[in-house]
Design a protein around this ligand. Structure first.
Ligand code: TYD
Length: 204
């Protein structure tokens, strides 16, 4: 049987990385074979592309940014996601295609139909489950700032992040059969409980 494909989404500082540990623990307890990966930069092409995309001094237009994200994703899908799934191994990815709709569509205001077209041409697989960590950018950007220097995305104004959040919520409504929304402004233990519940329901 094929492995399942789970993606984690959310704005900067929404707690995806912390919850990745919760999910890993849960899948291990359930004796499920899985790998954890991330975008951008999860495939062999990753490190140089990721450095370029996050570099504040890089001059990259929204359309070029979109194409780089999509190239990174196709490489990640071909080399990491699909080979694992075909072997029956579950794949948990920190960000995937919904990030492009939210950031390049919502954030950079690119026409959604451009993203739809490229995604179709590249034959991108849909995730089986997407967990959206929802939080207001006012709260989450404070968290991100404390963590490290801000990268090219994190340094964008608050409205950019608000549009990203709204786009994510719209996607979660439209594709509600694969989306689960977790309220990330709750305390650590409550979020952990929610995430475990989502995984439990999914496994059943
Ligand atoms: P990263 O350091 O991985 O951020 P995070 O820890 O928040 O996931 O940087 C990834 C950045 O790239 C993040 O700001 C979101 C952005 N991004 C896009 O704009 N489009 C995409 O398709 C993807 C996958 C990421």
């Amino acid at each position: 049987m094929e492995g399942k494909f789970i993606t984690l989404e959310g704005i900067e500082g929404s707690g995806k990385s912390t919850s990745l540990e919760t999910i890993s623990k849960k899948l291990t307890e359930e004796k499920i074979d899985f790998v954890v990966t991330k975008e951008p930069g999860g495939g062999p092409l990753g490190p140089p592309l990721r450095n370029l995309l996050l570099n504040k001094d890089a001059k990259i237009s929204p359309q070029v940014e979109l194409l780089l994200m999509m190239a990174d994703r196709k490489n990640h899908l071909e080399e990491i996601i699909l080979p694992n799934i075909k072997k029956g191994i579950w794949v948990v990815s920190d960000r995937y295609l919904d990030s492009t709709y939210a950031y390049q569509g919502g954030g950079r205001l690119l026409d959604i139909s451009q993203i739809d077209k490229i995604s179709k041409i590249l034959d991108l697989k849909d995730p089986d489950l997407t967990i959206l960590f929802d939080i207001s950018p006012e709260v989450s950007l404070e968290r991100a700032k404390k963590r490290s220097d801000l990268d090219r995305f994190e340094s964008e104004p608050i409205d950019f992040h608000k549009r990203i959040r709204e786009t994510y919520l719209t996607l979660a409504e439209r594709y509600n059969s694969r989306f689960a929304v977790v309220n990330s402004s709750l305390g650590f233990e409550e979020v952990e409980l929610e995430v475990n519940k989502v995984i439990d329901n999914f496994i059943k």
